[in-house]
Design a protein around this ligand. Sequence first.
Ligand code: XMP
Length: 310
Amino acid sequence: MDHLELIEDKIDEITEAIGDGLAISALSGGVDSSVCSVLAHRAIGDRLKCVFIDDGLMREDEPLQVVEIFAGLGIDVEVIDAQDRFFESLAGKLDPEDKRKAFRDTFYSVFGEEVLKSEARFLVQGTIAADVIETKGGVKTQHNILEQIGIDPQKGFGFQVIEPIKELFKHEVRRVGAALGLPEILYERMPFPGPGLATRVIGEVTPDRVVRVRKATTIVEEAIAPFKPFQAFAVLLADKGTGIEEGKRRFGDIIIIRSVESRDAMTAEPSQLPWDVLLSCARRITEEVSSVVRVAYELTSKPPATIEYI
Ligand code: XMP
């Protein structure tokens, strides 16, 4: 089946499932949630409400970019500013799983409030095939979204989850995105994890530390994106290292550059990048992110490492 036929089929499926009801989707700006939101919007128009939860953990200018791109597609996106709630929930947490749990709980409580306010009875979710496989394989836990937003899945109260792209892999989702007319910046963008920059700050996630890793991420993306890696990003370590500033020793931050090649994120290899690109990237990070005194390039495959650091 070609992509246009697939799109028509998906739109028909969604139209039939939702009937004349109201639906809501949480856009993250990633390709998965974007593709399924556009499909649902094509199916039911403005009976779909798209919300973008600004958790303060996005990349540079991401919330604004998402709103503008969707406005260009004729889709209104409501931005929910929940940054303080996310940072409060992450305060003092050091353990990776505690941080993921704090993020998840906050996300679902903010989203749950929006769902209840919207009176929608259908949730459109961008689950893809890798999520389903990793859940079954025990690598990730894909929680029941209704339970997460505080709705008893047994009782249901008429809520239904719609997962239009759950049999597609990432590269297929990108092709559907292109066929739907999404801008390339959206469907070709590197995958970005749900908990955002919180997965790239080791130790406590504070607004100030997120600002540092965000700046470094922008530099890494600018330098490495032209080589079309599967993912390239910066990680802020909790450890410090000694550097020299104006002739004096200074104990400062350490940034790791991680760039990997992968097809479906199940396995990955470090990107073989030109040395001068890595050197200039490291130089820019130490110059532009003032707290950083050391930068290292990560050489580990998945497995044994995962792609993200937490
Ligand atoms: P790992 O780190 O498990 O990552 O090798 C595999 C792929 O999944 C992304 N990732 C996530 N995506 N929520 C997401 O939506 C998450 O909690 C999450 N953790 C990791 C990661 O960026 C990579 O593409």
